[in-house]
Design a binder for this molecule. Structure first.
Ligand code: FAD
Length: 470
């Protein structure tokens, strides 16, 4: 059966040739598996690809890339399918789905892990924690290792060990011309620089090598929850404390609406709250001392910060972030002045749904010590990262919710450097990409794009347009 793509009709024989060349499977419209195979985490994106290649390994990736190029197809690359902007699906193009590529090898003595691109953070953490090791991973365990790392990667180990991309020591990449190249500090160093923060622009990464660190298995971590009536005091006091926080302690403030959690009084459910969340990546005694001031920023409604498995902290938020809802994120690097805090609190008071929230991530520590030109993620002097999230169970008035998030972001971003974080960006607009990178970094990314993807085959991402397309 021939298939209509956005670029024309693909004949049966052409599709059959691709299918025969794969070790994995090809899914197309009409197949029983099609609807499940096209689904991504964010229900706001309901793409109907012409073909979905479920790759079994690197050979399949090379074949899929060559096929896409020869047939002039729009290409979406999928790891964990958590792209907020919907980049891992498309209409009428080809999805290169890596989610079945879940191989991982941990070298406990060398403290390294080599991971395939279909792994989620839950899966990689599981393997590394068997040896008491970890690398900075996502706050929600279903998030893909691949997209997360290529965009940067903010997690509970950020202040202790930097972003996920700061711990990447090498990668294998299938480039737009179907070659497999390796990138590390010595080999293809410009590509290696670009992969660490430049997103999926430069090819399909088929293998990530990470440096690992001893973490846990028990850590001091959890949440202290305050009423929104105390938000001004709680957030300002937390901000003051961040100035002298040890690198082991990574914290964020989440301004949200109380879900029906068993440790919160029923009277609080459905009211606005301030959640102080954090993890101390070090000894328990030192951790207790470090988190003590966080327990008395106001009058806690609940204090569930204490010893827990690292894997427990890595999955603590999972129940709140199930797939199938409508989501839009937008972000800004901010300096937490009193005025910035007022803007953040104003956004909290106007959230359009109980699932919408505003996060303030404290940066610095190991994250801030990486030289700005060492990786494409270069906003190293930012103090905090604000993530404004519109989330709703259904599509009703979702455009209005997006408008709320954009408006809130605009107010908050006045108190920062104007930059944003590509992984917390639900837009695909060029001005958003430019806002993620200083001019010199963007120009350097364009040079790498020119070398590895001059025709912009990989353009469903926070796109760095090659010179030929500008
Ligand atoms: P995908 O949708 O599969 O891919 C995202 C992008 O990466 C696409 O542009 C895709 O083309 C590209 N890509 C994926 N795999 C490859 C590959 N192998 N080679 C080349 N390009 C590839 N971010 C944080 O920093 N910290 C968090 O704690 C965090 N938590 C999150 C929680 C949730 C519930 C969600 C939805 C997102 C979260 N994010 C977080 C944002 C997250 O980092 C991005 O959405 C990221 O892109 C997800 O990666 P993925 O592989 O799951 O996504």
């Amino acid at each position: 059966m021939s298939i209509e793509t956005a670029q024309g009709v693909l004949g049966d024989a052409t599709i059959g040739e691709l299918e025969a060349a794969l070790s994995g499977t090809l899914v197309r419209p009409g197949d029983a598996a099609y609807d499940e195979a096209r689904e991504v985490w964010n229900a706001a994106h309901d793409g109907r690809p012409a073909l979905i290649v479920r790759c079994a390994g690197t050979a399949d990736v090379i074949r899929a890339v060559e096929f896409a190029r020869s047939q002039n197809l729009l290409v979406a690359v999928r790891g964990g399918a958590h792209s907020i902007a919907g980049f891992s699906t498309c209409d009428g193009g080809i999805v290169i789905d890596l989610s079945a590529m879940k191989g991982v090898r941990v070298d406990p003595a060398g403290r390294r892990a080599v991971a395939q691109p279909g792994l989620t953070w839950g899966e990689l953490d599981h393997e590394t924690q068997a040896f008491g090791l970890a690398v900075t991973g996502g706050l929600v365990s279903s998030t893909g290792v691949a997209g997360f790392t290529l965009g940067g990667g903010v997690g509970w180990l950020l202040r202790r060990h930097g972003l996920a991309c700061d711990n990447l020591v090498g990668a294998d990449v299938v480039t737009a011309d179907g070659r497999l190249v390796h990138a590390d500090a010595e080999e293809n160093p410009e590509l290696f620089w670009a992969l660490r923060g430049g997103g999926g622009n430069f090819g399909v990464v088929t293998s990530f090598e990470f440096e690992l660190h001893p973490v846990g298995p028990q850590v001091l971590a959890g949440l202290v929850i305050y009423p929104a009536a105390e938000a001004q005091q709680v957030v300002s006091r937390w901000r003051d404390l961040t100035a002298a926080m040890p690198d082991e302690l990574t914290t964020l403030v989440n301004l949200t609406t109380a879900p029906p959690l068993p440790f919160l009084p029923e009277s609080v459910h459905g009211t606005r709250i301030v959640v102080l969340a954090g993890m101390y990546a070090g000894g328990m005694e030192a951790g207790e001392a470090a988190v003590r001031p966080l327990r008395s920023l106001g009058t806690p409604l609940a204090d569930v910060m204490g010893p827990m498995p690292y894997l427990g902290m890595q999955t603590l938020l999972d129940p709140l972030w199930t797939r199938g809802a409508y989501n839009y994120f937008t972000s800004a690097f901010v300096e937490p002045t009193d005025q910035a805090i007022d803007a953040v609190l104003g956004a909290h008071l106007s959230t359009p749904t109980p699932f919408s929230e505003v996060h303030l991530h404290h940066l610095g520590g190991a994250f801030g010590r990486v030289p700005a030109d060492a990786t494409a993620f270069s906003q190293r002097d930012a103090s905090m990262l604000c993530n404004v999230i519109a989330r709703s169970p259904g599509p009703e008035d979702f455009d209005g919710h997006i408008a709320w998030a954009r408006g809130a972001r605009e107010e908050i971003a006045r108190h920062g450097n104007g930059g944003m974080y590509v992984n917390f960006t639900g837009d695909a607009a060029e001005d958003k990409v430019r806002a993620a990178y200083p001019d010199a970094v963007h120009a350097r990314l364009v040079r790498v794009k020119d070398e590895y993807d001059p025709t912009n085959l990989f353009r469903l991402n926070q796109n760095i347009r090659p010179s030929s397309a500008s």
